[in-house]
Ligand binder design. Structure first.
Ligand SMILES: [Zn+2]
Length: 256
């Protein structure tokens, strides 16, 4: 299969796509885009697997988001572990810490993040990490797990945080916010980040890039994200897609 690029993080199983999911998929697939669909709880993880089984160039991640950490059980852990053996499942995600919304207590978020990340490391699969207002604790937990591979999804943090993640071997994934008018610092960070460590994503249905800001986002718009990375790097969009594809293969082992 000859892909132009990959949206490394889009929630195509989200109910907002119930009415037109196949058209949304075709708009991306028709342009040569592969899709990585992460879960955010057990149900959405199961849906991601079902979608990946029935669509070309689509892969699933399974995991429980920090918002739902308080619901995570031992049997969920066992189920995640079983799912990893399923063919289209390529890693654990999205997992992490969110101290902004604080839908689950901090200690619970940390424990559930650590537990899922440890499992990923033990099974030699990558993780897709969500981190909001929790840079220090995110790095602390990742440091406990040397050699874990993964990506910080929808990166919008500080340069210090980015540096620590790169030192840990992590990749930075950029999304629609790099197109926002006021996001000068974030665009500087794109310019600064090493091209061989960048991934791109939409985080659809959230965070539509300009000029669709505020609308439902969809995977085909990862092209807009690539264009902005290209402008920052002074590369062609094609070159960005090519490099990002090889980065995505390095971290997620897709396209095999
Ligand atoms: Zn997400």
């Amino acid at each position: 299969m000859n892909l132009l690029g990959i949206d490394s993080h889009c929630h195509l199983q989200d109910p907002v796509f119930d009415a037109d999911r196949e058209e949304v998929f075709k708009r991306a697939h028709g342009q040569g885009l592969g899709l990585i669909v992460p879960g955010y709880d057990m149900e959405s993880s199961a849906q991601a697997i079902r979608l990946a089984h029935t669509h070309e160039a689509m892969w699933a991640l399974v995991g429980v988001h920090p918002h739902d950490a308080k619901t995570f059980t031992e049997s969920d852990q066992v189920r995640l572990q079983d799912w990893i053996h399923d063919d289209p499942v390529i890693g654990i995600g999205e997992i992490g810490l969110d101290y902004h919304y604080m839908n689950s207590p901090k200690e619970v978020q940390r424990a559930v993040f650590r537990q899922q990340a440890e499992m990923a490391r033990g099974m030699n699969v990558p993780i897709s990490v969500h981190s909001r207002e929790a840079e220090e604790d995110t790095v602390a937990i990742l440091r406990e797990l040397p050699e874990i591979r993964g990506v910080l999804h929808c990166f919008s943090g500080s340069q210090a945080f980015a540096t620590q993640l790169l030192d840990l071997g992590f990749y930075l994934s950029f999304a629609g916010p790099i197109s926002f008018k006021s996001a000068h610092d974030l665009r500087d960070l794109v310019k600064w980040a090493p091209m061989n460590r960048i991934l791109i994503e939409t985080d659809a249905p959230y965070l539509s890039p300009v000029p669709w800001r505020g609308q439902r986002n969809e995977p085909s718009r990862v092209i807009r994200v690539a264009e902005i990375v290209a402008a920052q790097k002074n590369f062609s969009t094609q070159k960005v897609f090519d490099q990002v594809m090889s980065n995505t293969i390095s971290v997620f082992h897709v396209a095999s």
